[in-house]
Design a protein around this ligand. Structure first.
Ligand code: SAM
Ligand code: SF4
Length: 339
């Protein structure tokens, strides 16, 4: 069956491999107040502001997904909280939580501006946030983020907890930077009552550095952690890329996100929309659909058609590979697609 014919007949957002797309990551900006070494180049060039969609357009795109059966929306970026009107978008999208159409509205943030927004996020029905924190060491943080102040991120995490938000920490495992600190970071997160997931660095975007030197396999990290702790695999699966264990000694949950050493695409239920309205079916592939163009020419009906057609050709898997001198799997940076 052709992709177009499949799109006509299939129920909302089931791809040809039978994976139901229920989860949309919506990037609200490609800008950021940090320059993490694995994510961006030092002199990252950002989109002209007039190419970035308005809050109203982002709301219309996101709401089209909700009508087509998406149950979870995660706002991301770049850094979502550097966008001045981001809380207006959160407020608008919260109507889908109130109606029950959406199960969850959440965001991924570096935490630097969380202290300002945590209470309002909770007020709009956000129940949890993912905060990216690769290290608690001020100097390492400053180097990894090229100038960031870890106290701001830690303050954001404290404020989120105080506002009643569940916090999940995400840490990218990096050979030369935080490899020796990961156990301490896990123990700290669990002590504070937060889940934590470790992530393998992916070859996404030109960052002006050698990714082979940065890369650290989570298989190695796990072996080291097992020498210290008892890790009990948990049955919990989220149709996401993480596999979870309980650390018996801390009582906390630890996730391993292993795009490089263990391909998790088989049950991928997510798609990504950029702040310019491009729909990407896979983080590691170039194929996309222009939802902003569809919105402009044909309104929501055209957007929904474009989404169905795109989902009907969602690729089976990414083909990431990190090798010396290899170009990145995709040239667009993670901050553009939305992590
Ligand atoms: N600025 C926000 C933040 O840092 O949480 C949201 C956007 S950021 C692109 C989302 C996530 O992608 C972060 O957890 C970050 O560590 C991760 N990330 C960025 N580049 C990556 C890469 N090359 N490989 C693996 N994870 C990456
Ligand atoms: Fe900014 Fe997040 Fe990328 Fe770091 S990982 S540079 S915080 S977008």
């Amino acid at each position: 069956m052709s992709a177009a014919a499949f799109a006509e007949t299939a129920s909302p957002l089931i791809d040809p491999l039978g994976r139901a797309v229920r989860y949309v990551r919506l990037s609200v900006t490609d800008r950021c107040d940090l320059r993490c070494v694995y994510c961006m180049a030092e002199r990252q060039r950002f989109l002209p502001r007039d190419e970035v969609l308005s809050v109203e357009a982002l709301d219309r795109l996101a709401s089209s997904f909700v009508r087509l059966g998406a149950r979870r929306i995660r706002l991301t970026g770049g850094e979502p909280l550097v966008r001045r009107d981001v809380m207006d978008l959160v407020r608008r999208l919260s109507r889908h939580l109130a109606s029950g159409a959406l199960e969850e509205l959440t965001l991924t943030t570096n935490g630097t501006r969380l202290a300002q927004h945590a209470a309002a996020l909770a007020g709009h029905g956000v129940r949890r946030v993912n905060v990216s924190l690769d290290t608690r060491e001020p100097e390492t943080y400053r180097r990894l983020t090229r100038g960031g102040d870890v106290a701001r991120a830690l303050g954001g995490i404290v404020a989120a907890k105080a506002a009643g938000l569940a916090v999940k920490i995400n840490a990218v495992a990096l050979a030369d930077d935080n490899a020796g600190e990961l156990a301490e970071l896990i123990a700290w997160a669990h002590g504070e009552g937060h889940e934590i997931s470790l992530i393998e660095a992916m070859p996404i975007g030109e960052i002006g550095a050698d990714r082979t030197a940065q890369f650290l396999s989570l298989a190695q990290v796990r072996t080291r952690l097992e020498a210290r702790w008892t890790l009990t695999p948990l049955a919990r699966r989220t149709a996401g890329p993480a596999r979870y264990v309980r650390v018996e000694e801390t009582g906390g949950t630890l996730g391993f996100i292993t795009p490089m050493t263990h391909n998790f695409c088989g049950d991928c239920n997510r798609v990504r929309v950029t702040c310019t309205g491009r729909l990407y079916l896979c983080l590691g592939q170039e194929d996309h659909a222009d939802l902003a163009g569809a919105l402009e020419t044909g309104g929501e009906a055209a957007v929904e058609r474009a989404i169905r057609e795109a989902v009907a050709r969602k690729p089976g898997a990414h083909d990431f590979r990190i090798a010396a001198g290899a170009s990145p799997a995709v040239a667009r940076p993670m901050s553009m697609t939305g992590g």
